[in-house]
Structures are given as structure tokens and as C-alpha cells.
Design a binder for this molecule. Structure first.
Ligand code: GAR
Length: 210
């Protein structure tokens, strides 16, 4: 079976979408071998355990926004022992650094709530609305040393609607995240796409069904 490790920081709704897709065999022949959170109170830890998945809290202190130093070593060692085929950052709210990235070459992907390369970083929905964009969306991409700057795998678009708040826009984008992340994982694990084969990101359309 393919082995997946998922990193989270909070709610874990993207992680849950992956666990559901694995359970329904929409991502076939795959086991989630570990969920790791940098936050002991992450709701996602509870959800993962409900699915029977090993879920652990690993402190990333003393840093607040990055994974570096001795904690980074602990993450690397722990994940290596899990022998993952793919590592998914699903709402993991820390910047990962070269040592971590180079420990798992071309095996780390991330979901980001914007149409990258537009709006990398935090507070994307606020910035999209402030700029008066007509469209937003989400992107699954490989993780490299540039924050939200790695090769893009798949994107989904949503309309920005009159009266949108960061919350309403986030909810519309999140629905698409829950579709493209499991789909990207499936394509990668089944080797339908690879780091080297990707040129332009796949555009999600409603015809993309499992
Ligand atoms: C998601 O919207 C994800 O795209 C975003 O955080 C949310 C996590 O929700 N990630 C980032 O902003 C990464 N910088 P979830 O915990 O319910 O999956």
C-alpha cells in the first residue's frame, strides 16, 4: 500500500477529506500512516483518531511560524520512520526549511487557498477582496524553498461574489480544496503525474470525477 503522512495545525478539514477519500477507495491502495500536528489542541488530531489513524502532537517550539532547529530534527526522524511515499501539508501553518525539504525530495505537497503564484503567504482572502479580484481559488503544489513557490500540480477557481467577506470566500474556496487535494494525491500515488512530467497545473473542472 502507498503510505501517506499528513501534517496539520488545526481544524483538519482537508485532512478529513483525504481520510474519507482513502476510506472510500477514491484514493486506492493507500494507508494514512500518520497525522502530525504542531498544535496539541488541533481538532484534526481528534478526527484522525476517530478514523483509527495514528495521530501525534510534535512540538515545534520555540519558533512560532517555522519548523527549524531540534524540533525540525524530531519531525524528520519521526516521519522517516513512517516511510511515507508522500507527505501532505494540509493546513500546516509553518514554513518548512531546506533541511526538512531536502530530507524528502519531491515528496512534499501543500494546499494553499489562492491561485498561486498570486497571493502566497497568509491572509489570502482578505488580500484578494481588498484588491477587488473577480476570481480566486486554491492550488496544490510541491513544496520547495520558496514559500508557496513550488511547482503547481492542480488549481480550482471560484468566483468572488458581491458582498463576500473573507469568511464567505474562504468557505467557497475550501469546498474546492477538499476536491483537488485528494485528487492530486491520487494522481501522484498512481504515478499518473510526477514532479518531472508536470508543466502547467491541471485545472479542476466538474468533469474531473473519480
Ligand atoms: C485551508 O484553507 C488551507 O488551504 C490553509 O489553511 C486552511 C486549513 O484548513 N492553508 C494555508 O493557509 C497554508 N498557508 P483545514 O485545517 O480545515 O484543512
Amino acid at each position: 500500500k502507498h503510505r501517506l503522512v499528513i501534517l496539520i495545525s488545526g481544524r483538519g478539514s482537508n485532512m478529513k477529506a483525504i481520510l474519507e477519500a482513502v476510506k472510500k477507495k477514491e484514493i486506492p491502495h493507500t494507508r494514512v500512516v500518520g497525522v502530525i500536528s504542531d498544535n496539541p489542541d488541533a481538532e484534526g488530531l481528534t478526527i484522525a483518531r476517530r478514523y483509527g489513524v495514528r495521530a501525534l502532537y510534535l512540538s515545534a517550539a520555540p519558533y512560532k511560524t517555522k519548523l527549524e532547529g531540534p524540533a525540525e530534527e524530531v519531525y524528520i526522524r519521526t516521519i522517516k520512520r513512517m516511510k511515507p511515499d508522500l507527505i501532505v501539508l494540509a493546513g500546516f501553518m509553518r514554513v518548512v526549511k531546506p533541511r526538512f525539504i531536502q530530507s524528502f525530495p519531491n515528496k512534499i505537497i501543500n494546499i494553499h487557498p489562492s491561485l498561486l503564484p498570486a497571493y502566497p503567504g497568509l491572509h489570502t482572502h482578505e488580500r484578494v477582496l481588498a484588491a477587488g479580484e473577480k476570481e480566486s481559488g486554491c492550488t496544490v503544489h510541491f513544496v520547495n524553498e520558496k514559500v508557496d513557490g513550488g511547482k503547481r500540480i492542480i488549481q480550482a477557481r471560484v468566483q468572488v461574489l458581491p458582498g463576500d467577506t473573507p469568511q464567505t470566500l474562504a468557505a467557497r474556496v475550501l469546498e474546492k480544496e477538499h476536491k483537488i487535494l485528494p485528487y492530486a494525491i491520487r494522481l501522484l500515488l498512481e504515478k499518473k503525474i510526477s514532479y518531472d512530467s508536470l508543466v502547467e497545473p491541471i485545472q479542476w473542472g466538474e468533469e474531473w470525477k473519480f
